[in-house]
Design a protein around this ligand. Structure first.
Ligand SMILES: [Cu+2]
Length: 514
């Protein structure tokens, strides 16, 4: 059946299905939601009753070499139940790779899962053969796999594009890039949504001398926060509306979830609505939205400000204060929060004002005690390269929308993902102006190349659009201009929507850097 060219109102306000289906943010907040909420089938814990976990830092097996095994494990996420996660080293989030600029890291990923995987370092300036192309797959030892149709049945599938590494493969990360909060996650063709949902994601922090030299909060006052939503079955299993729960044959989600899958439980570093005990001092919080589809507008209660020091691809030139930070899937915000502004003994909550249900709460901070604070936020943070509109050698337009031609697909310039057929061939060392247009909420991500946001609907960008980025939040019927700098490596990369259900339903394109 051909779907209408424009999304119907159903996309935003929804038709309530039976049973467990419910929509978040009906009415007032409807236009801000970016998917349909799947409701958990078990009693949910009260918020702020468990501690915030901080992922373990991965240890090298020898200098510059790391090994991560993707495997299933049972963990307690909802108290009293066990959830099977598919985690790097069996944990979710995976171990944090804490690395330094210019020190190449080789990460051997061993797949012990029943499905193929591809691991992408999001924000990494990575050679193409280590970038985690969706058909460049690691298959568990002893398991056969051949590409079946999925959404690509009947499409030209170039056999040169499908690679199968038996058991394990090495990903080489030169990390010749500024200090930044990156993350690694699964990127398998057609099945990224369910595989990330099951837990295949972790942080990779790039550090450098410039960042280290700043008096920003450090050590255990510098905390990565992976925020994502999930839903749970009666027995504690992750609930996700896959058409094929084996994730082997049929791609996609139930039609009702075409716009994206949201959960009713907010996890931070894998724990539901956790609480962190803090000293009454400044903390650097590295916010990552690792949700499949959900956007958050983060605010502090009973009030307070985020001082943003970094964006997706590293430090800003100067700090920017925000009362609220809207964070779309895959975006990162490095912010400093000063807890000395709150009385000792008080609780500060991080809330999501785009939701008025259970996904309104995110986490809490318990201000435990006064303490010395030698941190500061300097007025000047970095001198990132600046680029101007006049630097662009080419202008390209990319239109992200649900296609009228191709049933059930999300497309770019009317085309579903066609591996091996690039939508653009930018030249290494150049800057291009890309005009991104959308029909819905589409967090647009470009691999390898970083960009700066130039305009939104012909006007100045949002206060939260600053700095070098790799993901930009397009809102419905918006046109965003970005200046993309192709610096790093030649080869086949991609750009795509980072709403993972849209990504799995073909909203991707090859970009060949020549
Ligand atoms: Cu999208």
């Amino acid at each position: 059946m051909t779907r209408p060219y424009r999304l119907s109102r159903r996309g935003f306000l929804g038709v309530l299905g039976g049973g467990a289906l419910a929509l978040a943010g009906c009415g007032r907040l409807g236009g801000e939601t970016s998917g349909r909420t799947l409701t958990s089938a078990l009693p949910l814990p009260a918020p702020f009753t468990g501690p915030l976990p901080v992922p373990q830092v991965a240890r090298p097996v020898r200098p510059g070499h790391y090994e991560l095994a993707q495997r299933a494990a049972k963990v307690e996420i909802i108290p009293g139940t066990r959830t099977e996660v598919w985690g790097f080293d069996g944990v979710f989030p995976g171990p944090t790779l804490d690395l330094r600029r210019g020190n190449q890291a080789v990460v051997r990923v061993r797949n012990e899962l029943p499905v193929p995987t591809s691991t992408h370092l999001h924000g990494g300036v990575t050679p193409a053969d280590s970038d985690g192309y969706p058909t460049d797959l690691v298959v568990a030892a002893g398991r056969g796999f051949r590409p079946v149709g999925g959404h690509h049945a009947g499409m030209r599938i170039d056999p040169d594009l499908w690679k199968f590494h038996p058991g394990a493969r090495d990903y080489v990360y030169p990390l010749d890039q500024r200090a930044a909060t990156l993350w690694y996650h699964d990127h398998r063709m057609d099945f990224t949504g369910p595989q990330v949902w099951r837990g295949l994601a972790g942080f990779l922090l790039v550090r450098d001398d410039e960042d280290d030299a700043l008096p920003l909060p450090k050590g255990d006052r510098d905390i990565p926060l992976m925020i994502c939503d999930r839903a749970f079955d009666e027995d504690g299993a992750f609930r996700y509306p896959s058409r094929d729960p084996s994730l082997l044959v049929r791609a996609g989600v139930d039609d009702a979830y075409m716009e994206g899958v949201q959960g009713d439980v907010v996890l931070v570093n894998g724990a539901p609505w956790p609480e962190l005990e803090v000293d009454a001092v400044r903390y650097r919080l590295r916010l990552l939205n690792a949700s499949n589809a959900r956007r958050y507008r983060l605010e502090l209660r009973p009030g307070g400000r985020f001082v943003q020091v970094g964006s997706d691809a590293g430090l800003l030139a100067a700090p920017v204060e925000h009362d609220a930070v809207t964070i779309a899937p895959a975006e990162r915000f490095d912010v400093v929060v000063d807890f000395s502004a709150y009385p000792v003994g008080s609780r500060v909550t991080l809330v999501n004002t785009l939701d008025d249900g259970t996904a309104r709460n995110v986490m809490a901070f318990r201000v435990a005690r006064k303490a010395a604070d030698d941190s500061a936020i300097p007025a000047r943070l970095s001198r990132p390269k600046r680029i101007r509109r006049s630097d662009a050698v080419t202008t390209r337009v990319f239109d992200f929308r649900k296609s009228g031609e191709w049933a059930g697909a999300w497309t770019i310039n009317g085309r579903p993902f066609t591996p091996g057929t690039p939508l653009a061939r930018p030249r290494l060392g150049t800057v291009e102006l890309w005009r991104l247009a959308s029909d819905f909420h589409h967090p647009v991500h470009v691999h390898m190349a970083h960009f700066q946001v130039l305009t939104r609907n012909g006007k100045a960008p949002a206060a939260t659009d600053g700095g070098w980025k790799d993901t930009v939040d397009l809102r419905p019927y918006e046109v965003v201009e970005v200046l993309v700098r192709f610096e790093g490596h030649r080869g086949r990369y991609m750009m795509h929507c980072h709403n993972l259900e849209h990504e799995d339903m073909a909203m991707m394109a090859d970009i060949e850097v020549v």
